[in-house]
Write a protein that binds this ligand. Structure first.
Ligand SMILES: *[C@@H]1O[C@H](CO)[C@@H](O)[C@H](O)[C@H]1NC(C)=O
Ligand SMILES: *[C@@H]1O[C@H](CO)[C@@H](O)[C@H](O)[C@H]1NC(C)=O
Length: 455
């Protein structure tokens, strides 16, 4: 009897718990839906133009845009005016207004700000916008941003970074983390921000880091290379395009007259489906640094290999894709440059000296040839075979590790975040898959026209 009544009350307790939980989840869901609705209302009533069959919606991996009717490729879905865009200029303007009545001298503050990178200024600006809460014009946008900091590499701790087994990426991540801490300390030292907010607890390094991660992962760069967060447009998620020559700037167009930015679909979308776009044809390292994700079987991923140097003015370092091409991308150039021992280049990278980077980095890691040129497949294959990542048993081992982490096997070390760990292992798996693929090329693979000419 006792057992019966005991389990009976246990059952009642469970039902109550379940009831409370579902009320909590419903409320949470309603709150989220309310925020999305408020955001959409804001964007549609403040001068932006949004296609009537495009809505903001929640998907398993987060917010995204959804098509309510079939959309053909190249359909204009959004136009966002300049005053809703978050950029260096708009954040400086907003700071100026807020700092105007500062009781302390603001010269040092402005001196620091003017020396910052665009993305850093935007991040400072967003921290302050958040401090002003509902008084900020960007409040409806801030309210729909993820509360957690996106998993960009600079947010990982030392132990998590070690799982990448990549000293260069680890170095970049730590440089960024150090730089942000330094910038934030300097800004607070000028004592201006503390005097313009009512509650200083919003001024934290943690908030600055979160907004920096959001800025890097949400800002778009058009050919003018100025980062801008374009609300609503930044809610579109990435998926590679199947089109051979698709480029981001074809589908994201800035109107030079009024500074507004229009977004077009880069593929056709079926009614009820999520709208995706291709951000860039980037390597996984850059995705991890800039967005905090790893794509599987990314055709634009490249692995850094050490080829036996074929020319005297090149050290043989190359980032090779599955089609054996170099990556004709400025940012990948820089990344590859980090794998060289060029001291001048490393110095420029560390001090964020753009001019120095251009002068010293790009040429060091590349042969002075056309970046698009195919590499000789024998060089590539031999370099891949020498590379320890070509061992298939290592790949198997990592796949098992990833399964364990995804399966929720309890982490013994509380300093390790399972999501980041999974990203690190996924990253290495993708590298290994590519190295194995390159290592298994036939010596005279007759799959490409220029190979045939050789034969
Ligand atoms: C939106 O969808 C409806 C119904 O599917 C359709 O009749 C309408 O033309 C669409 N609107 C636009 C602007 O395409
Ligand atoms: C300041 O804001 C924090 C949360 O951001 C809150 O916990 C705290 O109570 C606030 N302090 C005052 C004095 O309003």
């Amino acid at each position: 009897m006792r057992i019966m009544s005991g389990s009976g009350s246990y059952f009642v307790f469970l039902i109550i718990l379940w009831g409370l939980l579902s009320v909590y989840l419903t409320q949470k869901g309603e709150k989220e839906a309310h925020k999305l609705a408020q955001f959409e209302d804001w964007i549609r009533t403040t001068g932006a133009w949004v296609h009537s069959n495009v809505t903001l919606s929640t998907f398993p991996q987060g917010n995204g845009l959804k098509a309510a009717s079939d959309l053909r490729e190249n359909t204009k879905i959004l136009t966002i005016p300049v005053d809703l865009q978050i950029s260096r200029d708009s954040m400086i303007d907003s700071l100026r207004v807020r700092v105007k009545n500062s009781p302390v001298n603001t010269d040092t503050f402005w001196e620091i700000i003017s020396g910052l990178e665009d993305t850093e200024i935007i991040s400072v600006g967003l921290v302050i916008e958040e401090c002003f809460g509902g008084k900020s014009k960007f409040y409806p946008f801030l309210a729909i941003l993820p509360p957690q900091t996106p998993q960009l590499l600079f947010t990982w701790n030392q132990k998590e970074l070690e799982y990448l087994q990549d000293n260069q990426l680890t170095g970049i991540a730590k440089d960024t983390a150090r730089r942000l801490e330094y910038v934030w300390t300097e800004i607070l030292r000028s004592n201006v921000l503390q005097n313009i907010v009512t509650n200083r607890s919003c001024l934290s390094l943690q908030s600055f880091r979160r907004y920096y991660a959001i800025t890097l992962s949400h800002a778009m760069r058009l050919p003018d290379n100025i980062p801008r967060i374009v609300p609503m447009a930044e809610q579109i998620n990435h998926a590679p395009s199947s089109q051979f020559d698709s480029t981001f700037s074809t589908f994201h167009v800035r109107n030079e007259k009024d500074g507004s930015i229009s977004v077009y679909t880069d593929r056709s979308v079926k009614a009820g489906e999520q709208i995706f776009e291709e951000y860039d044809r980037l390597d996984n390292s850059l995705h991890l640094l800039q967005f905090g994700f790893v794509s599987q079987d990314n055709p634009y991923h490249c692995v850094v290999l050490r080829l036996v140097s074929p020319t005297p003015n090149w050290d043989g370092t190359a980032c090779v894709r599955q089609d054996r091409t170099y990556v004709p991308d400025n940012e990948v150039d820089l990344l590859v440059a980090k794998y060289t021992d060029n001291i001048q280049c490393l110095k420029s990278l560390r001090s964020f000296d753009d001019e120095g980077i251009h002068e010293t980095c790009s040429s060091s890691a590349f042969p002075q040839t056309d970046h698009n040129a195919d590499l000789d497949h024998k060089w590539v294959r031999n370099a891949a075979r020498r590379d320890p990542r070509s061992d298939p048993s290592l790949l198997k081992e990592m796949e098992r590790q990833l399964e364990d982490i995804m399966g929720g096997s309890t982490m013994s070390d509380r300093e390790l975040d399972p999501e980041r760990l999974a990203l690190a292992i996924q990253f290495r798996i993708e590298d290994a898959k590519l190295v194995i693929q390159l290592a298994s090329m036939e010596a005279s693979e007759p799959d490409e026209t220029n190979d045939k000419e050789e034969l």
